[in-house]
Write a protein that binds this ligand. Structure first.
Ligand code: RI2
Length: 306
């Protein structure tokens, strides 16, 4: 897919999921580098810069997209000729995609160790990382039952129940407002992530924080399943992540409510570290309070010594 097609597909959510949108961006940059038929390094760099800006602007909340783009473009510079830049971008993008797919698999294996035979699990939205844990636990023969929330307004929960049913998992769909009631029967919660900040704050599909609140009140462990490229290096200095607000047509049809009614459709929310038991990454489980150290190590950031 071209850069423009990819940005459009991410914007209209025909490509969705924080991991998938990051891989889609890397794949589009791979194709751009592969297909460039000029011999002007400056022109090539400008094209890559424009592509970076278009892709990053397509969805603001998931830092995975930004990290996937920056990883694909790392190491290129004015001192390179076209062939060197082309090779660098294609190798980086290919590596990001392969590592990202492997990371989801590894998270499934590590997270499944936490799942006990007989567990009742709740999950929210449609997270390939969280479902990797659930499907792996099931594949290991653990007898589990899953409650999946519908996840208004886009209803990604219907994708989740289809995927789990296809895997043979015992899954029940519930409406989002049933979370607190059903949580009384739940042993563990597994959700995905769009962004984790240095403060251990989770930005994920709207409604996640309500699962965390209900789980915390009922002492149900709340686990976040996420690849390391969903941690935000920019958050070392500030916790603010832009929460995407999408069109009102996702909530009501034309004419369903009086025109003077305002409609607000934020599609992510924030869950503070205090409600998170463990963040399960492909590098192992970490406390949300270790997110800053994790980011510094993973992104090779040299913190100035005060
Ligand atoms: P994986 C999704 O956002 C959900 O918030 C999900 O938890 C998160 O991305 C991570 O998904 P959207 O794309 O990368 O549905 O684990 O808006 O698949």
């Amino acid at each position: 897919m071209t850069i423009e097609e990819t940005a459009t597909a991410i914007k209209d959510m025909s490509i969705r999921g924080a991991g998938k949108i990051a891989r889609a961006c890397a794949s589009a940059l791979y194709e751009l580098a592969e297909s460039y038929d000029g011999d002007d390094p400056e022109e090539f760099m400008e094209m890559l810069e424009d592509a970076k800006n278009d892709l990053i602007a397509s969805r603001p909340t998931a830092v995975s997209l930004y990290n996937g783009v920056m990883y694909s473009l790392k190491g290129i510079g004015k001192w390179m000729d076209v062939e060197e830049m082309r090779r660098e971008v294609m190798n980086n993008a290919d590596e990001f995609i392969k590592d990202s797919i492997q990371a989801v698999k590894t998270i499934g294996e590590l997270g499944a160790e936490i799942v006990d035979d007989g567990d009742v699990i709740m999950t929210h939205c449609n997270s390939s990382a969280a479902l990797s844990v659930i499907k792996e636990a099931h594949a290991q023969g653990k007898n589990i039952k899953v409650y999946a929330t519908e996840t208004r307004p886009w209803r990604q929960g219907l994708i989740t129940v289809r995927q789990l049913a296809e895997a043979g998992v015992d899954v029940t769909l519930i409406v989002d407002s049933a979370v607190r009631l059903v949580m009384e029967d739940v042993d563990k919660v597994f959700v995905g992530a769009d962004t984790i900040t240095a403060q251990g704050t989770l930005f994920n599909k709207v409604g996640t924080s309500q699962l965390a609140l209900a789980a915390n009140e009922l002492d149900v462990p709340f686990y976040v399943c996420t690849e390391s490229y969903k941690f935000s290096p920019m958050s070392l200095n500030s916790d603010n992540v832009r929460i995407e607000v999408r069109e009102t047509a996702e909530i009501v049809k034309e004419g369903e409510v009086p025109k003077e009614v305002k409609i607000y459709n934020p599609v992510f929310d924030r869950t503070p570290a205090k409600f998170i038991d463990t963040i399960i990454t492909e590098k192992g489980g970490i406390s949300p309070y270790k997110a800053r150290d994790f980011i510094i190590e993973q992104f090779g950031i040299k913190e100035e010594v005060h």
